[in-house]
Design a binder for this molecule. Sequence first.
Ligand code: IP8
Length: 259
Amino acid sequence: MQQDIVLIKLGGSVVTHKERPMTINKPAIDRIIKSLLSVKVPIMLVHGGGSFGHYWSTKYDLHSKPERYSSEGIAVVHESMISLNHILVKSMLKLKMNPYSVPPFSLILGNKPFMKKIFQLASMTKDKIIPITYGDIVYRTYHKYSILSGDELMTMISSVLRPKKVIFAINVDGIYKNIQAKDVVQTIEDRAPIKFSEVNFDITGGMKRKVREAFKISLAGMDVHFVNGFKPERLLKIIENKKTEGTVIKGKRPSTGNA
Ligand code: IP8
C-alpha cells in the first residue's frame, strides 16, 4: 500500500564539499533543511557520504562488494558517517523538526530490507518524527562487510513503503542529455537515453548508481525525481506537484493488456 510519505535523498555532494575531505557544506545543509519546514506531508530522509564516508572508504579500500575489510577502516568510515549525520540532525533539531537518526545496519537483514523496521519508520512519521538514515559500511554475513549506499537504501525503503514521492537531491539540475551543454532531460520513460560513460565515479558509483537505483524504483511503479539540492525551492515544487526544472523517471505503469 502506498504511504503518504515523501522520501528524500540528500546527496553527499550537496551536504558536503566532495573534493575537500571531511568538509560540510553548512549553508547548503541549512538551506535545504529549512525549506523542509514548510512541507506538510510526512518526510523521511536518507543522506550520502560525500567527503566523509567516501573519503575514508577510499583511504581504507572499502567497497560495495562484500569482503573482509580492515576493521579499523570499518570503524573509521562508520564514525565519519555518524559525525556527518549528527551535523544534519543538529541542524534539524535547531528548527524543532524532530529528527530521529537510524543507522542503516538496523534496516537490513543480510542483503535484504528488514521490512518490520522499515514499516516502523513509517509509523514514526505519524508522531511528527523525521527518520533520517545514511549510506554506511554495514555487516552482511560471515564477517563480510560492504558499503551500503544511500541510493540503495532509497530502493529498499521505497520497495517496502511505496512513498508518495521519491526524490534525489543532487548537485546539478537533473540528468543531462548532453553533459557539456548541460541539457537536462525532463522526463525519462525508459532507460535508453542514458549514457553512463559520461558520468563521474565514486566508491558507490556516483550518478550511475543513483540512476540505476532510480530505475529499480520506477520499475516498481513509482516516479523518481532528480532535482538540484542547492535550489530547495525546486524540491518544494516537486512535493507540491508543481512544474519545475529537474528530471523525472516515470514509474512503470501496469500494462492494460490492450496493446
Ligand atoms: O554517498 C555511501 O553512501 P552514498 C556511504 O549514498 C559511504 O553512496 C560510507 C561511502
